[in-house]
Design a protein around this ligand. Structure first.
Ligand SMILES: O=C(O)CCC(=O)C(=O)O
Ligand SMILES: [Fe+2]
Length: 222
């Protein structure tokens, strides 16, 4: 694949990004009325913060989590933790509208058994980017990643199994969902700097939700 993918695809359409990777255009729009208030409650209970990379630098993406496990980064590395290090308390429960959206999107992309126990919430202000990386901190790589875009648009980079592989540019709008799993689970991916703008519902930011199965394979917690 080469160049920019066609941006004008209709809501409800889907674009195959790999053998087991899909862009589900507008898939989250129908759930947005339930999703946004639920997300607001989560962010109130566990506010965004700029975590420190293992190298000691503050991340430009602000993060928080909900679910049984939350993603954390500090001098000790990247991992999932049961407690929010900022408060010492459990992460907020994953609200049903969020969990249901994630399982429905996974099923639509060919992963009917997805049971997310963690949702990493990223906030991108204009200018913020996320460099190419693999999501590989999850023990059960048989479960997909479900990524929901809200707010300002962005360009998602979807690469190959090696960092140096060519990445396709995928334009993402409010309500778009990307799902990757199976043979595509370890594809490198990232986000180009978010362009300045103001989204009618979310203001000058892009919020991305990535739903993951972060506990051990075959576990039952949700
Ligand atoms: O913001 C996105 O679209 C991707 C986020 C991501 O890759 C991550 O949080 O690991
Ligand atoms: Fe990622």
């Amino acid at each position: 694949m080469s160049g920019d993918l066609f941006a004008g695809i209709a809501a409800g359409s889907r674009l195959q990004l790999g053998d087991q990777a899909w862009l589900l255009h507008g898939f989250a729009l129908a759930a947005a009325d339930a999703l946004l208030p639920a997300l607001k409650d989560v962010i109130q209970a566990a506010p965004f913060r700029h975590m420190c990379t293992p190298g000691g630098r503050a991340m430009s993406v602000a993060t928080t989590s909900c679910g049984t496990l939350g993603w954390v980064s500090d001098r000790g590395g990247y991992r999932y933790a049961r407690h929010d290090p900022a408060s010492g308390r459990d992460w907020p429960t994953m609200p049903a509208p969020m969990r249901e959206l994630a399982t429905a999107a996974a099923a639509a992309a060919g992963f009917p058994d997805f049971r997310p126990d963690a949702c990493l919430i990223n906030r991108y202000r204009p200018g913020t980017r996320l460099s190419l990386h693999q999501d590989r901190d999850e023990p059960d790589l048989g479960q997909p990643i479900v990524s929901v875009s809200l707010g300002l648009p962005a360009t998602f980079l979807f690469g190959g199994m090696a960092r140096s592989d060519r990445a396709v540019r995928v334009p993402l709008d409010h309500g778009d969902v990307v799902v990757w799993g199976g043979v595509d689970r370890l594809r490198f991916h990232g986000v180009l700097p978010v362009a300045p703008g103001v989204h009618p519902q979310l203001g000058a930011q892009r919020i991305n939700l990535t739903f993951r199965r972060a506990g051990p394979a075959g576990g039952t917690t949700a």
